[in-house]
Every structure is written in structure tokens, then in C-alpha cells.
Design a protein around this ligand. Structure first.
Ligand code: G3P
Ligand code: CA
Length: 256
């Protein structure tokens, strides 16, 4: 299975299933990741943060309210209690019974199949340190350095301090910085920290900024497509190598 959908002889553009196939299934769940795989995608994005007892779990929001039947901050609930929550019914009653997964469970199921674009979502100081041994145990610290090859790992974050810490504990892994628009200052900082990529919001991705990043030896992929086909087209036209998108199969059809 190849993740690189070649749309013409010169250009490859990789679609990353954002929180899995999150338009069709509850985000960041086994069902969402399985559906992406069934549809032929082997690059998947996921969000990681810590429970109150310091266990990395896969959930996007800082609070439980939107995507579970629980309430309150993720950082204030224990693993035992988060396991009891339903993480599917909010999307559709058919998904009731879906669970929030630990990173360990996700790695057990997918580490040998997918390239994981793992976002260090929270700003908790110990997050990278907690995640690193799990990734090592599943062979992902020695996986392919190629940007979209599966199995493999790219670590991302909006928090530059999180990337700095993560680079210290996992220097062998590709790291990319999520931000809005790319500025010359950002390029310098990314270089100083030793990042492999810089990841602008699609609506801010211009061919000029992508070229400047590439000249600084940083690869560019986009995020923030939302429901907009125009944003997807902008990401593609910018010269970026790929993007996360909630509706990977529709995006594939559109770009083809
Ligand atoms: O691909 C990165 C993207 O996931 C960042 O935005 O809010 O969906 O985590 P968010
Ligand atoms: Ca994310």
C-alpha cells in the first residue's frame, strides 16, 4: 500500500487522514483509524495528551465535553475513569461504545502499519518524556526517516517548547512545527531546533513561503483544511508535500 497518490508525473501530494477518517467516524478512535486504512490511507494524524496520572491518551480537545459523555479537563481525569467514557455516541448513536485509547493501545494496533503524525497536543512539560519510551518499544524511533513512508513517525506540535523538549529526547525522529503563516523568524527558529518540517495552515500557504522553507531545507505540509475544497486546492498549489484532511477519500477524488 502506498500513501503517495501521484496526480501527475512530476508531483506527489500525500493526504494524511486527520484524526483518522474523522468525517465518517468519531475522531481519534480505532474505528476512525481502521476506516482510513480500509480506504487505502497509511498516513494518519492523532493527538496525544496526558491523564491526571500521567498516561498518554489519544484525544484532541483539552476537555472531555465535545467528544465524550464526560466533562472537565483531560488532565484532571485518571486513566481508570477515562476508560469508562463513551467516545463515539456524540458523533452518531451507531458509534456508541467507542473508547478513548491510550497511546500504547494505538501503537499496539497500528505501529507496524501506519505512518503516525503524532501531535503533542497539550503543553504539559512531561509529555514528550512519557511518549518516547512507548514509541521506542514499538520500533518507531528507528523507523523510516522518509516523510510519508509507512510504518513511520513524525512528531508535530503548535508548541515550540514541546518540539524543543521532544527533539532532546527523540533526536532521531522527524519533527514538524504547526503554525499559521511561515515567517523568516520561524524558519530560523525551526533550523536552530533541528526540525525537519514547518507546517502552515493551508489558507496561509503560498508558493513563495513554501519555496523559502524549502530553501531553508524544511519540508512543508499543511493543516486546517476544515470543510473547504478551496483550502485543499491552496495547499496543493502552494507546493506543499501534503496535508491533513478530515475527508481523505473525497480529497483523493478531488485532487485526482
Ligand atoms: O495536522 C495538524 C492539525 O491536526 C492541527 O490542528 O486542531 O486539528 O489539532 P488540530
Ligand atoms: Ca491535531
Amino acid at each position: 500500500m502506498s500513501s503517495n497518490y501521484q496526480f501527475n508525473e512530476l508531483r506527489q501530494f500525500t493526504i494524511i487522514a486527520h484524526r483518522g477518517d474523522s468525517a465518517s467516524a468519531p475522531e481519534n478512535t480505532f474505528t476512525s483509524f481502521d476506516l482510513a486504512i480500509e480506504k487505502g490511507f497509511d498516513n494518519v494524524e492523532l493527538d496525544v495528551q496526558l491523564t491526571s496520572d500521567g498516561v498518554p491518551v489519544v484525544i484532541h480537545d483539552a476537555t472531555l465535553d465535545r467528544t465524550t459523555d464526560g466533562t472537565g479537563p483531560v488532565s484532571e481525569i485518571s486513566l481508570a475513569d477515562i476508560r469508562r467514557l463513551d467516545a463515539g455516541g456524540w458523533k452518531d448513536p451507531a458509534f456508541k461504545g467507542e473508547r478513548i485509547r491510550t497511546l500504547e493501545e494505538v501503537l499496539e494496533r497500528y505501529a507496524d502499519k501506519l505512518r503516525l503524525h503524532l501531535e503533542l497536543k497539550s503543553r504539559e512539560q512531561g509529555l514528550a518524556e512519557k511518549v518516547a519510551p512507548l514509541l521506542r518499544a514499538h520500533g518507531l524511533l528507528d523507523s523510516s526517516p522518509l516523510e510519508y513512508e509507512a510504518p513511520g513517525l513524525t512528531i508535530t506540535s503548535f508548541a515550540i517548547e514541546q518540539l524543543f523538549r521532544s527533539r532532546q529526547v527523540m533526536p532521531e525522529v522527524r519533527h514538524g512545527w504547526l503554525l499559521n503563516a511561515i515567517t523568516p523568524t520561524d524558519l530560523k527558529l525551526a533550523d536552530q531546533i533541528g526540525l525537519a518540517g514547518i507546517y502552515p495552515k493551508a489558507s496561509f500557504a503560498t508558493p513563495e513561503s513554501v519555496l523559502a522553507a524549502n530553501e531553508a531545507r524544511l519540508s512543508v505540509r499543511c493543516w486546517g483544511i476544515g470543510d473547504s475544497e478551496d483550502a485543499l486546492q491552496m495547499a496543493f498549489d502552494s507546493g506543499a508535500t501534503g496535508t491533513t484532511v478530515d475527508w481523505p477519500d473525497r480529497a483523493r477524488e478531488m485532487l485526482a
